[in-house]
Design a protein around this ligand. Structure first.
Ligand SMILES: Cc1cc2nc3c(=O)[nH]c(=O)nc-3n(C[C@H](O)[C@H](O)[C@H](O)COP(=O)(O)OP(=O)(O)OC[C@H]3O[C@@H](n4cnc5c(N)ncnc54)[C@H](O)[C@@H]3O)c2cc1C
Length: 405
């Protein structure tokens, strides 16, 4: 197995510095998936960006220090896609709720309908007889990561060739991917199905697969290459973006870093002001979310790494909550005698679905810190990506060091 994602910031920074000299070729190399044994032409930084062991700003500062914005415009845009999806979902909270409900409903159908259950099982275990698809299932399960183009083919084959519900495909990805991100994942599946831009879907074609897998797969004659886009009755009205508290509470508080934002380099966080610090999400919550053991271990190591860095760099002890049960967490938080909790903003997603009620039941009044990056980019995710894309040249100088422009 070629790739391993060490859940440490030092490993993320190393991978970034290895990618920077290659970033100038990204526009040419990004579409080909050379497979788990080949050298990819993409940065493979997503597990770090999703958990924010590394920030979007850091990645773009490192690449823009070496290249003119026009040389790496494709790369800059891809990083901004992540912010686009997050902002878009944040303005449509009902969509995330519907997705969660749909998954419950479809999992019930799975229990009641043996034929449906068998078809799902064959797809999830890589026994469809489609060599490329089956191989991608193994790769996903073994590595917790797939190339972007492969994710597009995978989702398209799941929806249009295997005729399985997009929600269960998205759920399969969410539980296996180390970079699983509620917004990027759910909305990319919808985009492939033709539900994001109505009437516009993504069809996997065998010739395209042959070309961009370096001849490894084609599945010629086996794909439904002329299927119609999916349609749905539901539509999602845009809601205002929630405002995040930016002022710290006057009273003593607990700072809690979580898997949606581990605080990258930590320097922007009120570590000195916090009375106590907690990091991570308990194992039992991750297990209840159905995450693969590999994804759970990734989170365990992320929180460990953050705790160690806080102790080394700031000389304070942080509580790693990974091994806490609900009982020990309750006891621990009672002993703190703190009423206020400060955390990086919790966007729509399963981390929020879990942490919100947990913090409520522990009796904390929560305050959120919205990153400057998100505050700048999210409001431009109102409609299509193009609206955000055209603002990138004016947003970047505000979001990054002005010396780069
Ligand atoms: C069906 C489907 C599901 C996906 N699920 C996720 C997910 O759960 N989490 C996730 O982070 N990405 C997801 N993506 C987006 C994309 O595939 C991955 O971010 C990308 O493959 C990560 O590889 P990389 O770091 O080498 O990306 P690079 O190409 O090197 O890009 C750099 C960074 O930009 C961001 N990025 C790049 N492309 C996209 C994109 N299309 N959408 C959003 N962000 C992007 C990522 O943070 C990535 O690390 C999904 C795409 C599809 C089609």
């Amino acid at each position: 197995m070629r790739q391993t994602w060490f859940a440490e910031r030092s490993a993320a920074l190393r991978r970034l510095s290895e990618f920077v000299p290659k970033a100038g070729n990204y526009g040419r190399t990004r579409n080909t998936d050379y497979g788990p044994e080949g050298e990819q032409g993409v940065s493979m930084l997503s597990p770090y960006l999703s958990n924010r062991l590394l920030s979007e700003a850091e990645v773009l500062e490192a690449t823009l220090e070496r290249y003119a914005p026009s040389t790496i415009d494709k790369y800059v845009q891809e990083v901004c896609w992540r912010s686009y999806w997050k902002g878009w979902l944040e303005m449509r909270p009902q969509l995330w709720q519907d997705y969660r409900d749909d998954v419950v409903r479809l999992n019930l159908r799975r229990l009641e309908d043996p034929e449906f259950a068998l078809r799902l099982e064959a797809a999830e275990e890589g026994r469809t007889g489609l060599d490329g698809f089956d191989s991608w299932v193994r790769e996903l399960r073994e590595q917790g990561w797939l190339h972007n183009h492969t994710r597009m083919w995978f989702a398209s084959i799941w929806v249009f060739t295997l005729e399985l519900p997009w929600q269960l495909g998205a759920e399969f990805f969410r539980q296996q991917l180390l970079d699983a991100d509620a917004a990027s994942n759910t909305l990319s599946w919808r985009w492939v199905a033709g539900l994001h831009t109505q009437g516009k879907h993504y069809l996997a074609r065998s010739l395209n697969i042959f070309k961009y897998t370096d001849g490894r797969f084609s599945m010629r004659g086996k794909l439904r290459e002329h299927a119609q886009p999916m349609q749905e009755e539901r539509s999602y009205e845009r809601q205002p973006l929630p405002s995040a508290d930016v002022a710290l509470p006057e009273a003593a508080f607990l700072l809690w870093l979580h898997p949606d934002d581990y605080g990258s380099g930590l320097e922007h966080l009120p570590l000195a002001e916090a009375d106590r610090i907690a990091v991570g999400m308990p194992r039992w919550m991750l297990a209840e979310e159905g995450l693969s053991e590999q994804a759970i271990q990734f989170q365990a190591h992320c929180s460990e790494d953050v705790c160690v860095r806080i102790e080394l760099d700031y000389g304070v002890r942080a509580e790693n909550v990974f091994n806490h049960s609900i009982e020990s967490l309750t006891l621990w938080s009672q002993q703190l005698e703190l009423q206020h909790l400060v955390a990086p903003f919790l966007p729509q997603g399963w981390v929020r679905d879990r942490m919100y009620p947990c913090w409520g039941s522990l009796g904390f009044e929560a305050h959120y810190l919205l990153r400057e990056w998100d505050r700048l980019f999210w409001p431009h995710a109102r409609a299509g990506f193009f609206q955000l894309k055209k603002r990138i040249p004016e947003l970047l100088p505000e979001a990054l060091s002005p010396a780069l422009f």
